[in-house]
Design a protein around this ligand. Structure first.
Ligand code: NAI
Ligand code: MG
Length: 346
């Protein structure tokens, strides 16, 4: 089968890690019935905005909608002050393509050289379409939480809890990732934001309460500011989801290893969780692992499970051996050296 993938490196280290992910997709072994890839390079980003006056050209959106089966996005350098006419292209993409859930697996790979690290394996599902929107002239932010968006994001979390724990595939209990019953933890702060977070909480709860399919999944709640570590699937409103996944990244060593997929009902965009990292851009030391794992997530969500697994395993091998790592993980290898090591493992 032919798969057309849009590649949108955008800014900073996006331009270094997206080519690495492309190399890995191209190198997938043929015995895995690998799809034939057709890559289309697409423009977007803050630098593009500075030259052309738009951060997301119409053409990029049209090609994604009409020609692509999925896409990989690098990172965008969003200025922290308001710039007239600029708005974030990834936020626009999520909106235009209705990518309503951001799926963020945060998993540690314990290096053979580091036996003291605690194993982490959390799947964070972040609502991707609403939450805080800032006004232009006054320091005030409106927060939008709707029953509709909360429920469909909640449903995604329960579905992924079933899938990830092998229940849907009838995998025996002792071979599952989580040996106990799968669990979805709803993150909120409805003790303070009782109207908005209250609606979020009620809506997500109702997904399980109204569907017996999810009887096999436990449901728990957790206030966002007191997150413990033992989690299976975590489902959170947009802003909390962003913050807790950046925090969780610290538990697994670096933001440079945490991937995500923006998932809707008809399209998927893989995207590393990190930003454009201007402090290390252009120095060939960006960790390509988050982008490479994001390519795996992209494949997983469009139905290529075997291929995705082979990418995850190749990355895990390189991390476990611990010989070829970028500086963020304490190594001294370059983006290209890490990519080559992953290709070799693949
Ligand atoms: P950042 O994620 O770009 O960098 C944070 C720190 O992590 C930096 O020290 C950086 O060097 C390091 N880091 C990030 N990715 C890495 C990788 N792959 N390998 C090694 N080290 C890595 O976040 P920051 O500095 O807050 O933001 C920089 C720019 O990126 C800003 O303009 C921000 O708006 C944008 N950004 C864009 C995002 C997106 O495109 N979705 C997400 C987050 C930030
Ligand atoms: Mg973030």
């Amino acid at each position: 089968k032919k798969l057309t993938i849009g590649l949108i490196p955008a800014d900073g280290i996006g331009r270094e890690v997206i080519p690495a992910a492309q190399q890995v997709l191209e190198a997938l072994p043929t015995e895995l019935d690998k799809p034939r890839f057709n890559f289309i390079h697409l423009d977007a980003g803050f630098e593009y905005f500075q030259k052309h006056g738009t951060a997301l050209p119409e053409k990029t959106l049209e090609i994604l909608k009409n020609e692509c089966d999925g896409a990989l996005f690098g990172a965008v350098s969003s200025p922290s002050h308001k710039v007239a006419g600029y708005s974030s292209p990834i936020v626009a993409l999520r909106k235009h393509l209705d990518l309503y859930a951001n799926v963020r697996p945060v998993k540690s790979v314990i290096s053979d050289k580091d036996i003291n690290q605690k194993p982490i394996d959390i799947l964070i599902i972040r609502e991707n379409t609403e939450c805080l929107a800032t006004g232009l002239k006054i320091a005030w932010a409106d927060r939008k939480i709707s029953e509709y968006a909360s429920k469909r994001c909640g449903k995604m979390a329960f579905e992924m809890a079933l899938g990830r724990n092998g229940i849907r595939q009838n995998i025996p209990m002792n071979q599952r990732i989580w040996k106990s019953k799968p669990k979805v933890t709803i993150v909120h702060k409805s003790n303070v934001l009782s109207i908005t977070d209250g609606l979020w909480r009620e809506s997500v709860r109702s997904v399980k309460e109204n569907n017996h399919k999810y009887d096999e999944v436990d449901m728990e709640e957790q206030l966002v500011d007191s997150m413990p570590q033992a989690f299976d699937v975590v489902v959170a409103p947009n802003l909390y989801g962003d913050i807790i996944s950046d925090g969780a990244a610290a538990l697994v060593g670096s933001l440079g290893v945490v991937p995500s997929a923006n998932v809707g009902d008809t399209f998927v965009v893989g995207e590393p969780v990190h930003g454009s990292a201007p402090d290390i851009a252009g120095q060939n030391k960006a960790n390509p692992i988050a982008a490479i794992r994001s390519a795996g997530l992209l494949l997983e969500h469009i139905g290529y499970h075997k291929q995705a697994l082979s990418i995850y395993n190749a990355v895990d091998n390189v991390m476990r051996e611990g010989n070829v790592l970028t500086p963020d993980l304490g190594g001294s290898s370059t983006t290209q050296q890490v990519t080559q090591a992953i290709l070799k493992s693949l």
